[in-house]
Design a protein around this ligand. Structure first.
Ligand SMILES: [Zn+2]
Length: 244
């Protein structure tokens, strides 16, 4: 993973701003891993992808992360801080495309873990259970009962639910839940942590701050954008203090 410069961050933001979150995630990783092909990044399991994004996010924004959530009971908005280290769950799979097996209710399912490509193939649907079912179905390589093949589309709902659970166990980083507690009404709940949405919001804020700095310095000193961005943050900050 190579470090991203101020200029890289702006370029990633320019490209990703109009992209679907799935592509944004890969645009971020492609900037950090220029030696890898887009297809290789798309083939990472969702948990592998998110672990990489978490590392990249930590290098750019630091080890702590500040978020907001709304209490589902009293609608109070709360701010929380979480250490990136606490968002790392379990160990990642070595090989996303490795064939795995689940035996359930007399069925033998051979499957692989979902990747960005699989997520992209499942239409955005309102019902998370239906989406998980479609995703699981896509990742079934072979299914059989008593040696006779069974079509993935004909697998019973319980088997698909079991498969979705097994996939989550094999790729724990793909679904990170935050334990939250409302300070006002003391309600406790779990919220899904979406690293792509979170990181993108932070990156967009950081890029806009950078561009404002460029604007202020260019106007005061007539320096070129490239020269201002090539400075260290500390040096830019010093000049900004001189003019404000
Ligand atoms: Zn509350």
């Amino acid at each position: 993973m190579r470090p991203l410069s101020a200029n890289d961050l702006i370029r990633v933001w320019e490209i990703g701003e109009d992209q679907h979150p799935l592509d944004r995630a890969l645009t971020l990783l492609a900037a950090a891993y220029p030696e890898l092909e887009w297809e290789d990044l798309a083939a990472l399991s969702v948990g592998q992808r998110d672990a990489e994004l978490l590392t990249l996010r930590e290098r750019i924004c630091g080890p702590k992360l500040n978020g907001f959530a709304q209490c589902p009971q009293c609608t109070e908005c709360l701010e929380f801080e979480v250490a990136v280290a606490d968002l790392r769950v379990g160990t990642e799979p070595d090989e996303a495309e490795e064939e795995r097996e689940l035996v359930t209710d007399g069925l033998v399912l051979r499957f692989r873990l979902p990747s960005s490509r699989d997520l992209a193939a499942v239409p955005d649907c309102q019902d998370p259970a239906a989406a998980r079912g479609l995703l699981a179905q896509r990742c079934v390589l072979r299914a059989s009962r008593d040696g006779a093949p069974v079509a993935a589309s004909e697998l019973p709902a319980e088997a698909m639910a079991g498969l979705a659970r097994r996939m989550a166990e094999c790729d724990p980083q793909a679904e990170v839940l935050l334990d939250l507690r409302c300070p006002t009404c003391e309600h406790c709940w779990q919220a899904l942590f979406d690293i792509v949405a979170f990181f993108w919001a932070e990156l967009a804020a950081q890029v806009k701050r950078l561009l404002r700095e460029v604007h202020t310095l260019a106007r005061a000193y007539s320096w070129r954008e490239a020269d201002i961005l090539a400075m260290s943050a500390r040096r830019r900050q010093f000049y900004l203090e001189m003019i404000t």
